[in-house]
Design a protein around this ligand. Structure first.
Ligand SMILES: Cc1cc2nc3c(=O)[nH]c(=O)nc-3n(C[C@H](O)[C@H](O)[C@H](O)COP(=O)(O)O)c2cc1C
Length: 236
C-alpha cells in the first residue's frame, strides 16, 4: 500500500464530504463474523490464562499484529493520552504485561508522575477486546538491556535517534540522526540508549469482551481481590 491517499492536501472539508464519509463508515461491515465462541462459565478463575489463551489463538490464526496494544496514560494533572506500542512479554501467573519505551518520552514522563495506566487490545477478526488497568512499575537495567539487545539492528538504530515526540526540523535532521545511530550501533553493538526502559503493568482489573455478530456480546471482568480474583459478568 504505497503512496498518498487521493485528495491529500485539502479539498475535502465540506459538510457534504463529511456526510459522504459517514455513509461509507455506516456501510463498512463490523463484527461480520464468523467469530470464535466464548463460554464465560468455562473461563478460568484468573485472567492471566484467559489472556494468554486469546493471544495465542490470535497469533495462531494470523490475526494481524495481535501484540500491538494501546497504552493509555494520564499526567499528574489528569490529562489523558494514548498510543499504540508492542507488547514485550506477559506474566500469565500474575496477569502482568511488559512493554518498552523511552523514559524521557511523554508516556514515560506520564508514568513517572502517575503510574496508573490502561492497556487495550482489539482483534477485529475475532471480535475480541481486552482491557486491563493497573499500576505500572519498571524492571531493572538488565531486563531493559536484554529487551533492547534482542531487537533487530534497524530497531536498535531507531532507538538511538532519541528525542521521542520532540519537534523535528525536517527530513534532513532525521536523516543525519538515523545515519549517526546506524554508525553508533555498528561500532558499539552492545550499547543501550540511556532511557530505554522495560515497564510492567500489573493488572488490577482485566475485562474480556467477546463480540457476537447478532450483537449479543459477552463481557467478563476480573478484579483483583487480596491474593485472588473475583469474576463478574457485565451487561454489554
Ligand atoms: C505498530 C506500532 C508499534 C509501536 N511500538 C512502540 C513501542 O514498543 N514503544 C514505544 O515507545 N513506541 C512505540 N510506537 C510509537 C508510539 O505509538 C508513539 O508514537 C511514540 O512512542 C511516542 O509516544 P508518546 O509521545 O505518547 O510518548 C509504536 C507505534 C506503532 C504504530
Amino acid at each position: 500500500m504505497d503512496g498518498e491517499e487521493p485528495g491529500d492536501g485539502g479539498g475535502r472539508d465540506t459538510a457534504a464530504d463529511d456526510e459522504a464519509l459517514l455513509a461509507r463508515m455506516r456501510a463498512a461491515p463490523v463484527l461480520a463474523g464468523p467469530l470464535p465462541r466464548f463460554a464465560p462459565e468455562d473461563a478460568p478463575n484468573t485472567p492471566g490464562p484467559l489472556f494468554a489463551r486469546w493471544l495465542d489463538r490470535a497469533l495462531a490464526e494470523g490475526v494481524p499484529e495481535p501484540h500491538v496494544v494501546t497504552l493509555s496514560t494520564a499526567s499528574r494533572d489528569g490529562v489523558p493520552s494514548a498510543r499504540v506500542l508492542m507488547l514485550r512479554g506477559v506474566d500469565t501467573a500474575d496477569c502482568a504485561c511488559l512493554f518498552a519505551s523511552d523514559a524521557e518520552s511523554p508516556k514515560g514522563r506520564d508514568l513517572a508522575a502517575n503510574p496508573r495506566a490502561a492497556l487495550t487490545w482489539y482483534w477485529p477478526a475475532h471480535g475480541r477486546q481486552i482491557r486491563m488497568t493497573g499500576t505500572v512499575g519498571t524492571l531493572g537495567e538488565d531486563a531493559a538491556r536484554r529487551d533492547y539487545l534482542g531487537r533487530s539492528a534497524a530497531s536498535r538504530a531507531a532507538g538511538f535517534t532519541g528525542r521521542t515526540s520532540l519537534p523535528l526540523s525536517g527530513p534532513g535532521e532525521y536523516d543525519r540522526a538515523r545515519r549517526a545511530a546506524q554508525d553508533l550501533i555498528a561500532a558499539e553493538p552492545g550499547r543501550v540508549p540511556d532511557g530505554h526502559t522495560l515497564y510492567r503493568l500489573r493488572a488490577q482489573e482485566a475485562e474480556f469482551f467477546q463480540a457476537d455478530p447478532a450483537r449479543f456480546h459477552l463481557r467478563v471482568r476480573y478484579t483483583r481481590s487480596g491474593d485472588g480474583w473475583t469474576r463478574t459478568l457485565l451487561w454489554p
